[in-house]
Design a protein around this ligand. Sequence first.
Ligand code: PGA
Length: 256
Amino acid sequence: MKVIRVRDYSELSQRAATYFINKLTQSHFGVWGLATGGTPKGMYKELIIQAEEKGVSFQNLHTVNLDEYVGLQPNDPTSYHSYMQEHLFQAIDIPSENIHIPNGMASDLEKECDRYEEMIKGLEKIDIQLLGVGENGHIGFNEPGTSFDSRTHVIQLESSTREANARYFDRLGDVPTHAITMGIQTIMEASEVVLLASGKNKAKSLHALLCEKEVTEDIPATILKKHPHVTVIADEEALSLVLLTCERENEQVLKF
Ligand code: PGA
């Protein structure tokens, strides 16, 4: 696992965007797994700027998003469909048919999960999967206790997750109780994973990922220790516990 230590959120956003743009300039096509939430917003903004500066086209890119709330219409401002339009898709030249996000309004949610898995299989593989991490260690919406064998499924959100995301809704009661999320096995099948973490509230999750030996379904992000190609881009605050307690062990990975 490689760890890129950056000063702050602004540097994290720039480094992450450059990383993804370089992938695209190297191959001109591919499948990106994308994430939502507060963390990647800065990266998406930078991605748009850097793509314009470098004349990079997204015409041949396919994207598959990690998750979507159950019960929100795609055009609901708090849906992840809306988030992706607002923060990335409206500003780049990706064809709309290349964009994939779970349908949280499907009448048969189980069928929708199967369809999503089949769609990913049809794309062959996810070349690079972007992840954030929850304060409870979730990846995608795979909450603690989710099986490492899971594929795309419906999940009941933990109250800590709903509280963390309540800032995007008028009130806590409006935050959906369920979501469709790519499973942990689905995520692990991506050729490469890039995990972004910014801020003190991510320090415990990063400590579990980088310093503790245990791989446990109680902290879903710890499964990434078993993935052959993971890059963590994290700022000083997110790494604060790691730097305090296991800097020596991580000397190699933390020096850049
Ligand atoms: P955040 O969420 O980027 O809004 O902190 C990350 C996550 O829950 O995966």
